[in-house]
Design a protein around this ligand. Sequence first.
Ligand SMILES: [Zn+2]
Length: 66
Amino acid sequence: MRNCREITELVSKGLDTPLGIGERLSIKLHVMMCSRCRNFQSQTQFIRKAAHRYTEQLQDRLDKKS
Ligand SMILES: [Zn+2]
């Protein structure tokens, strides 16, 4: 069983690189039992989505200008 530190590291890593099935499974199993990591995961995913949307809008604006 992985500990919280490993799980948060995996979650952060998963934002930039695709995780292996074993890694994803470890996260899944862990967050089912650990609310701290569950919160961490949903927060990072939320921030990630917001940042992604922001870059898209920015890109859109730049495209229209040229
Ligand atoms: Zn945890």
